[in-house]
Design a protein around this ligand. Sequence first.
Ligand code: FAD
Length: 407
Amino acid sequence: MTNLPVLIAGAGIAGLTAAVALARAGVPVVLVERRAGFSEVGAGLQLSPNATSVLDALGLAAGVGRHAVAPRRLDIRHFGGADPYAGMPMRSLPEPDAAPFWCLKRADLQTALLDAARMTPGVRLLVGRSVKAIGQHAGAVSVTVESGRGQAETIEASAVIGADGLWSAVRRIVGDTSQPRFLGYEAWRTLLPVAAVAPFASSPAVNLWLGTAGHAVHYPVAEGREINLVLIRSAQEPSPEWTREGDPARLDAVRKAAAAPLRGLIEAAPGWQVWSLFDCAPAAMAHGRVALIGDAAHPVLPFLAQGAGLAIEDAGLLAQLLPAAWQADGQAGGEGARAVPDALKRFASLRAARCARVQETGRSNGRMYHAGFPLALARDLVLKQLGDAGMRKRYGWLYGWRLPAKA
Ligand SMILES: Cc1cc2nc3c(=O)[nH]c(=O)nc-3n(C[C@H](O)[C@H](O)[C@H](O)COP(=O)(O)OP(=O)(O)OC[C@H]3O[C@@H](n4cnc5c(N)ncnc54)[C@H](O)[C@@H]3O)c2cc1C
């Protein structure tokens, strides 16, 4: 019997990384993406060593890292005060290996992953098509995929990986009815040309400004040619669109509360894109021959900068566990074969505690970042007392995660 391919729903960061990783490990992949094109709205991402080490292991680090900036420090300031009062080194750290921190444009990450997917034999990319239904039977999965014009086709697969993001259809299809919940925050994101900003903003550092009504993060990207600035502010209602253009007049109060250097950045922004922030309970990641990865399984708030990182971890581990099971599946003749469901179950059991911890730490960072008096005083005291070394140690469990050594 010939092995059926693995079908991945969604060509975001999770789906693209998983497609390349599985195909390079010998598993043919059909990658189904709802969007017809891959234009990416401008914004930045941080990838920490737990994620960059996976990209390295998958042979993707050179392509992804080409345009990244490696920050030296995290500097923390008050929203209205100019000098850093706490922080953390982001280089030369006591890591198990020398995997870097990177700041990069989301578009640069996506382009590098898409290029790799297009060049990897064994990846078949179907764009402009959505996964609509999944039927599991002994030994295989039938997936109904629909084009934008409503034409449906059925694809037989040995497994389905749901990498279709926060509003995942695959998650719903496998019976998880939990709904994303609006958190009362929105993220305003912009990219500034480096020539438009004061020198402090172009140095290789991640800058975090904490205030009661919101916070700001900025860092250089695109080999230092641009600065990514994100403002998180309270909002009454979620936007019905995934992202929309922001009216700078709505940032007046934030701008006035900001210290002069931060205000300068806000005023220099050429335009804003706005995302409403949602939280969601983690899903079970394995359902027979269907697995969920990335935001489809465990959407995280951006307060820990780990959503893409977790998605990359998921993809790397899946590509370690699934190929041998996929081989065994074919040899067992498909009928009644347990290898693939068992491998996905093992994958889920290895991911559950870590993903839940990252989700929860993101939530608690949000509460801590926006704390008012007197909690903010206690927060600042703790951050100062931790110092550089203490802060590093505090996040050792997060940044020190590595793929298990191959058996
Ligand atoms: C303000 C902000 C800042 C962030 N900063 C960071 C950061 O610094 N570091 C970090 O690691 N993360 C960060 N993140 C999180 C990160 O962007 C996400 O966690 C990550 O993009 C999730 O990737 P994904 O592939 O799981 O999902 P997505 O990127 O949402 O991709 C899902 C894909 O599936 C497709 N799709 C949807 N439904 C279907 C269907 N039925 N069939 C086929 N395809 C479908 C979609 O079109 C999309 O292409 C941030 C997020 C925000 C909002």
